[in-house]
Design a protein around this ligand. Structure first.
Ligand code: IPE
Ligand code: IPE
Ligand code: MG
Length: 251
């Protein structure tokens, strides 16, 4: 296959639910929270693979709005790991032209972590390579609700009428306005659910589930997901014939 053909078939925006860290650790007789540092290693590998394959956008689900329900000890450990990983990885990310952005409700994070996030975002803001979005304290319902709230405020302020709110306006108030929606969604760890990840933005995303646990997910696993993705026919409501006709016309 020519490189050009390969590139066109890769997703522009990849979203991943990185699940299975706890089970990975337990399988090894370790406490479940020991799986999270191993998960960070897998993140490094997948980010590097995406950089090399020139994937434009990668959105990773790192911590959900509901993950606060976990034992305090595990939550603390995850927060600490988030802080340490940001510090440790940011220079390498910057060297690789990665632009980092954290999506989610950051108000719940410690002032130190919030500052660390802001610094990392500022340092990498002009980079032109992979846009790496880390969803932390993120929930799809939170995202839609905060958009609704901001829209209501704008209507109240007289900047907008209720009648002007359409899907385009709504999208502009969600967490990453102006970006293409995910083409491919991957969930590791065997569960087949969305767990309140990108609800609005995944309306037409191709879903891919694998039993591999997140710390085991590597470049080869990513390539297998991409290969599966190339076999999908994305119809967006049209018929298969229409889509094929369009492809024939375009080529
Ligand atoms: C995903 O792995 C990481 C986070 C939710 C932070 P889990 O910790 O959910 O791993 P399992 O699902 O219990 O194996
Ligand atoms: C989803 O995983 C959230 C992240 C990977 C950050 P969970 O392990 O929290 O999902 P559920 O609870 O099994 O649905
Ligand atoms: Mg899980």
């Amino acid at each position: 296959m020519e490189p050009d053909t390969v590139d066109r078939r890769l997703p522009r925006h990849l979203a991943i639910i990185m699940d299975g860290n706890g089970r990975w650790a337990k399988k090894r007789g370790l406490p479940r929270y020991a799986g999270h540092p191993a998960g960070v290693e897998a993140v490094r590998g997948v980010v590097e693979a995406c950089v090399e394959m020139r994937i434009p956008i990668l959105t990773l689900f790192a911590f959900s709005s509901e993950n606060w329900r976990r034992p305090q000890k595990e939550v603390n450990l995850i927060m600490d790991l988030f802080m340490r990983s940001l510090k440790k990885e940011i220079r390498r990310l910057d060297r690789n032209q990665v632009r980092l952005r954290v999506i989610g409700d950051r108000d719940a994070f410690s002032a130190r972590l919030q500052k660390q996030i802001e610094e990392a975002e500022r340092l990498t803001q002009n980079n032109v390579g992979l846009l790496l979005q880390v969803a932390a304290n993120y929930g799809g319902r939170w995202d839609i609700t905060q958009a609704a709230k901001r829209l209501a405020e704008r209507v109240q302020a007289g900047e907008l009428t209720a009648g002007q709110i359409d899907e385009g306006v709504m999208s502009k108030h969600l967490s990453f306005p102006g970006l293409p929606e995910p083409d491919l969604f991957i969930r590791t760890g065997g569960e087949k659910r969305i767990s309140n990840f990108l609800l609005w933005q995944c309306a037409y995303t191709e879903l891919y589930f694998t039993d591999q646990l997140w710390p085991d997910f590597n470049r080869q696993a990513l390539e297998a997901a991409f290969l599966d993705f190339t076999r999908r026919q994305r119809r967006f409501g049209r018929t298969g014939e229409q889509v094929q006709g369009k492809t024939a016309e375009a080529s």
